[in-house]
Structures are given as structure tokens and as C-alpha cells.
Design a protein around this ligand. Structure first.
Ligand SMILES: NC(=O)C1=CN([C@@H]2O[C@H](COP(=O)(O)OP(=O)(O)OC[C@H]3O[C@@H](n4cnc5c(N)ncnc54)[C@H](OP(=O)(O)O)[C@@H]3O)[C@@H](O)[C@H]2O)C=CC1
Ligand SMILES: O=C(O)[C@@H]1CCC=N1
Length: 277
């Protein structure tokens, strides 16, 4: 993380996603006193200050987190972005701006920022909190190689980073990783409910379901076999897994997952259109 040495990083918005990214940065050895968070909630500011971070109330002082920062991470809800950045856009002066907001294009963000164009669009996910995040990044041609390196370092502190060349692909990144921890949690919830219905207690069911999801993901990452082949190796002819997989296929679970991802993609595009009005 040498590229981040002594860099001042400011987060505008100190909610779920910002806190996940901050945990990744601090976990990677970034000194908390180099991180500033602007958030209107005094409770949130107190909690962040207790971890050694600098905090600012953006309602009283919207500009100070941005002045003097090297990197500004925009981590407020997409619907609030325009109002929030309007309060400090005029003091941006060569900082790298990284937006994690769903749906907001770099063009739209640049308009909101009064034409400022040092912008990288990121789509991280909450496992960043434990440095197991997966982040998609997109930058316009205005982004220098050094700024690209900085954005990569900020996000790599929290896990895997993948740049995409086509900004439209950020909607797909949202569908496959940004929103996707929620699908995995939903799958775990359903597995636990299923196991409890079959007689296990909730604690046993949770431990077994979570370890299985973790083990399967790690195995898929480390194996030369594709997931379909790994699945085949679990599935004995006319055995128990075949019965389960056939039930999933009969219920078209694969198609339903694709449809859910399409809904996510469509909502990401629609957010962009709503915000452009
Ligand atoms: N959560 C996730 O898994 C992911 C979220 N994102 C994106 O991250 C962004 C933030 O989402 P998330 O962290 O979940 O949302 P949160 O609501 O948890 O965080 C947003 C924070 O911004 C604060 N805020 C409101 N007004 C201002 C202001 N004027 N200045 C500074 N901060 C302000 C809010 O305070 P208060 O609540 O008091 O209003 C809140 O603490 C969104 O754009 C989302 O699309 C991207 C990837 C994944
Ligand atoms: O649900 C949302 O809109 C945000 C973006 C990706 C994950 N959470």
C-alpha cells in the first residue's frame, strides 16, 4: 500500500459502505488519523472518532473534509448525491474523487460536481469490511495512470479489484457483486430455515450452512475444475444430491437467479435515469 502512504482520504457519508471500506483500509495498515469522515449523525461521528478517525459535521462545515484531502470517497445515497456534493464542489482542487454510488454515471457525477472530471466510479460490496470485498472500477480518459493506481490501492485494501472498460458494465458489476452479498445471505437464511424444518437446531444449521458456503466458494476459487464439474463430483448417480439438484432445476432456480440479477441491473440503470432528471 506504499502508494497510499501519507495520503489523506476523506469519506463523504459514514454509513454501511463507508465503514466497510474504512475497516479494509485500517486493516491494511492505513493510519486512522489520515482518514476523515463527514457524516451528519453525531452518534456515527462519535463511534468513528473513537476508532481514531477525524470527523466532520457536513451540516455545519461541508467543505473542510474535502479541502486538503488527496482522495475523496463519495458514499452517500444516490438520491442525495447532488445536494451533498453541491455544498463542496467549488473547493475540489485536483483530488481524486471515487464515487461508490449505485447507478450514477461519471458524466452525471461530473455535472453534479460542476464539471470536475477526476472521477473514478466504484461498485464495492460490504464484505470489504473483512477485506473480502469485490469491487468493480471504471474511470474516464481523464484519469491518469497515477490516479488509477491510487483508486486501485484504496479498493484493494478491501479485497479483489476489477477495472471495466465500458461504463455500462458497472450495472452488471452491481448485479454480480455489489448487491450480491444480499443474495448469498438470502441463500444462507433459506438453507438455515430448511435445515430447521428438517429437525436441526438453528445454531447447528447456521454453522453447517455458512461453513458449506465458505468451503464451496474457496474450493471453486482454488480448483482447476469449473463449478459445474465440482457440482458433478458431489452428485452421485441416483443419490441425494441428484434429488436436490433436480428439484432446483424443476423449479428453475438458475433462471430465477438470472431474473433477479436482471432486476438489479435494470434498477441500476433506472437510478441513473431518475438522477439525470
Ligand atoms: N450498502 C452496500 O452494500 C453498498 C452501497 N453502495 C453505495 O454506497 C452508498 C452509501 O450506501 P450505504 O452506505 O449503504 O448507505 P448509508 O445510508 O448506510 O450511508 C449513507 C450515509 O450518508 C450520510 N449522509 C447523509 N447526508 C449527508 C451529508 N450531507 N454529508 C455526508 N454524509 C451524509 C447518512 O447519514 P444519515 O443516515 O444520518 O442521513 C449515512 O450515514 C450508496 O450510494 C450506495 O449505492 C455501493 C455498494 C454496496
Ligand atoms: O442496494 C443498493 O442500492 C446498494 C448498491 C449495491 C448494494 N447496495
Amino acid at each position: 500500500m506504499a502508494v497510499l502512504d501519507n495520503k489523506k482520504i476523506s469519506f463523504i457519508g459514514g454509513g454501511n459502505m463507508a465503514q466497510a471500506l474504512i475497516s479494509g483500509l485500517v486493516g491494511c495498515g492505513i493510519k486512522p488519523n489520515l482518514i476523515t469522515v463527514a457524516d451528519p449523525s453525531s452518534d456515527a461521528r462519535e463511534q468513528l472518532a473513537a476508532k481514531g478517525l477525524s470527523t466532520v459535521d457536513p451540516m455545519a462545515d461541508p467543505k473542510s473534509a474535502v479541502i486538503g484531502a488527496d482522495i475523496v470517497v463519495l458514499a452517500v445515497k444516490p438520491q442525495m448525491m447532488k445536494v451533498v456534493v453541491g455544498a463542496f464542489a467549488d473547493v475540489l482542487d485536483n483530488q481524486l474523487v471515487i464515487s461508490v454510488a449505485a447507478g450514477l454515471s461519471t458524466d452525471l457525477l461530473s455535472n453534479m460536481l460542476g464539471g470536475y472530471s477526476n472521477i473514478v466510479r466504484a461498485m464495492p460490496n460490504t464484505p470489504s469490511m473483512i477485506q473480502m470485498g469485490a469491487t468493480g472500477l471504471y474511470g474516464t480518459d481523464n484519469i491518469s495512470a497515477e490516479q488509477k493506481e491510487l483508486a486501485t490501492a484504496v479498493m484493494e485494501a478491501s479485497g479483489l479489484v476489477m477495472w471495466v472498460d465500458d461504463e455500462e458494465h458497472m450495472h452488471a458489476v452491481t448485479a454480480v457483486s455489489g448487491s450480491a452479498p444480499a443474495y448469498m445471505f438470502y441463500f444462507i437464511e433459506s438453507m438455515v430455515d430448511g435445515a430447521v424444518a428438517l429437525g436441526l437446531d438453528k445454531e447447528q444449521a447456521s454453522a453447517l450452512a455458512m461453513q458449506t458456503m465458505l468451503g464451496a466458494a474457496k474450493m471453486a476459487m482454488n480448483s482447476d475444475d469449473a463449478p459445474a464439474e465440482l457440482r458433478r463430483k458431489v452428485t452421485s448417480p441416483n443419490g441425494t444430491t441428484q434429488a436436490a439438484v433436480e428439484s432446483m432445476q424443476a423449479n428453475e432456480i438458475g433462471r430465477q437467479i438470472s431474473e433477479a440479477m436482471q432486476a438489479c441491473y435494470d434498477r441500476s440503470q433506472a437510478l441513473s435515469e431518475e438522477m439525470s432528471k
